[in-house]
Design a protein around this ligand. Sequence first.
Ligand code: COI
Length: 356
Amino acid sequence: MLNIRVEKAKTLKELPGAENPLKFGTIFTDHMFLMDYETGKGWHDARIVPYAPLQLEPSAMVFHYGQEMFEGLKAYKTEDGRTLLFRPQKNIERANRSNRRLCIPEINEEDFLDALKAIVKTDERWIPTKPGTSLYIRPFVIATDPFLGVRPSDRYLFIIILSPVGAYYPEGLNPVKIWIEDEYVRAVKGGIGEAKTGGNYVASLASQVKAHDEGYSQVLWLDGVERKYIEEVGAMNIFFKINGKIVTPMLNGSILPGVTRASVIELCREWGYEVEERRISVDELYEAGKDGSLEEVFGTGTAAVISPVGHLRFEDHVLQIKDGGIGPVSQKLYDTITGIQLGKLPDTNHWTVEVR
Ligand code: COI
């Protein structure tokens, strides 16, 4: 059991009112979790303290070379008052995979889970209960050595902050419009594409701005070498239903291995769908769109959950997916995953973990 020192906030903030739409990632709770690392000493001084600005040297390495890892998961309040996390073990394992790629020291898995439970328990009153809301949990590690040379840091800070959230996209569950990027690339095999780190997201901004200016919510990335095969969307993995089969790009070293992605594959297989993890080209996708075999397109992610895609645009070609509405598989996946997360449906796969 991780030994966590707790310093409670002297005054607690007012909770957002029921009328507050909880715009994603804008409100933060009363406390945060912190733990330090130093070479020779390991991870130490786990503590929960009032949420407040950090004091860091301007020379801290994270500001210069981006040595950082982040994760995203959610806590939910069930109707009978229990607090549930969704597959936290998957996030913890992925965090350490990212850490290894980024030369950040790994965090003991049990300590990580203890920290998640402790901070969520401390700020439990912040878990919103309106449909479509949850408490978003953002664990991250930053390199804090005051040093301007390029090498792995000797000091790190592990932080967990919490934010009550509604839908990630203003569209909610309504279909989003996605721009297939043909100019920039996000990642290449052997790079850091499969790690969850800020660098992958800053790489996406120029395209995102361009797509937004054209009225599109997100960018769909193609592979960085042939610029032909579909990889992932800005904040989600991507799925297609083609001729009754569920198809998603296979994990190839440059795609983020999403927890919701893995859950969708498992659920679809349980429901009897054939699920193919393989390469899929834009040409194949547009052909399927033209001949009517492209039945649904949806994104998956912790923040976005299931996000139906109504339109795709590649160069000058706009493809409307069926009638541009929510497909039945997307709707069923959304209902099933949120149903399990909220304890409304049986959790036959033991995906939820209760915070006591
Ligand atoms: C998540 O879905 O949790 C993510 O980390 C995506 C993020 C860019 C909002």
